[in-house]
Design a protein around this ligand. Structure first.
Ligand SMILES: NC(=O)c1ccc[n+]([C@@H]2O[C@H](COP(=O)([O-])OP(=O)(O)OC[C@H]3O[C@@H](n4cnc5c(N)ncnc54)[C@H](OP(=O)(O)O)[C@@H]3O)[C@@H](O)[C@H]2O)c1
Length: 324
């Protein structure tokens, strides 16, 4: 089978197409034929080896996908051969993957396999951010950075689902596509990265935001912290502009007894019940039409480097998929 592997840490040029033997399921495992694999910023961090994301080389990259079960190992009672499943798991830029049976989730009949691949990782990320990291309450003023991106569009919709107020950021200016998409996702206000603090001030009468969801990282960190009200929470969940450098924890004191956290999905789906709960809710909201998933680009597996380049160059909106 064909896979995309990372042979050395570096730029998109280190991604290469390789042939690997078709995987066989061990006890408790399944093999799935990949219908679509999601492209994520994490794939770029892993390729570059930054932010503690390095892995032993070479490795097959990709962290999520959806497809059809083609084989099950000893002791597996569910899922069965022929079932459609989605997963967050390594080695997904491939024609086939082997996964622990308990870590794949069923794709409901109302959802296409492709949409399941598009939603599983970023949907569960947005889910844990609004339900668990900072549980949004009605009327809370939230900042959602990069709101037209994969996570951003889902996060905006999920904050609105909980009746929060969204001050979104996106590049491209008021008339641009990214601002339009953020507004369509439900953002109450959309601003550029240099304007969002003024909007938060205006909306809150100078009090500040309850929470800032920041996947941009280095470029927005200072303004994100400054946009919070006393006891507000900064959630740095990514680093699209670069990793946040070390900072003086006293800034949380002088900023108003602030909270800062750097969460990651793995710790919010470590438990199988939690994984299933988050996946089920995301898929239920999609099936009921409450959550819209935008597929912003589809690439053949062989164009994985191009997909990653487009993502890093801010040329994309919504979710990018690789189709083997
Ligand atoms: N912690 C977790 O559990 C978890 C899970 C999934 C994803 N994430 C994080 O979520 C963030 C978004 O991921 P995604 O895959 O959905 O990507 P994305 O938001 O679709 O793409 C990144 C966006 O960030 C914005 N951006 C701002 N400054 C940038 C810069 N200097 N370089 C590149 N982009 C910049 C761009 O939007 P504008 O052009 O509008 O500025 C760009 O489109 C990433 O930081 C990722 O690591 C975290």
């Amino acid at each position: 089978m064909r896979v995309i592997q990372v042979e050395n840490q570096g730029g998109p040029e280190v991604l290469s197409l390789a042939e690997r033997p078709a995987p066989q399921p061990g006890p408790g495992q399944i093999v799935a034929e990949v219908a679509a694999a999601g492209v994520n910023y994490m794939d770029i961090y892993q390729r570059e080896g930054v932010g503690g994301y390095g892995r032993s080389l070479p490795f097959v990259t990709g962290g999520e996908g959806a497809g059809t079960v083609t084989a099950v190992g000893e002791g597996v009672t569910s899922p069965a051969v022929g079932d459609r499943v989605a997963w967050v798991g390594p080695g997904s830029y491939a024609e086939q993957v082997v996964l622990p049976a308990e870590r794949v989730v069923p794709v409901p009949s109302a959802i296409s396999t492709e949409l399941a691949a598009a939603a599983i990782l970023q949907g569960m990320t947005a889910h844990y951010l609004v339900t668990s990291t900072y549980p949004v309450r009605a009327g809370d003023v939230t900042v959602v950075h990069a709101a037209a991106g994969g996570v951003g569009l889902l996060l905006t919709q999920m904050v609105k689902r909980r009746d929060g107020i969204v001050v979104a950021t996106a590049s491209g200016g008021e008339g641009g596509e990214k601002h339009r998409l953020a507004r369509e996702a439900g953002a109450d206000y959309v601003a550029g990265y240099n304007q969002f603090r003024a909007v938060v001030d205006e909306v809150t009468g100078g009090a500040g935001a309850h929470v800032v969801y920041d996947g941009v990282g280095q470029a927005t960190f200072d303004d994100s912290l400054a946009a919070l009200r006393p006891r507000g929470m900064l959630v740095v969940y990514g680093a699209a502009s670069g990793q946040v450098p070390p900072f003086d924890i006293q800034r949380l004191n002088s900023g108003g007894s602030l909270f800062a956290t750097r969460p990651t999905l793995a710790h919010y789906i470590a438990d199988v019940e939690e994984l299933r709960w988050r996946a089920r809710e995301v898929f239920d909201w999609m099936a009921s039409g409450e959550l819209h998933v935008r597929i912003g680009g589809r690439y053949p597996l062989t164009d994985a480097a191009q997909a990653q380049q487009d993502l890093a160059a801010r040329r994309t909106t919504g979710k990018l998929l690789l189709v083997p």
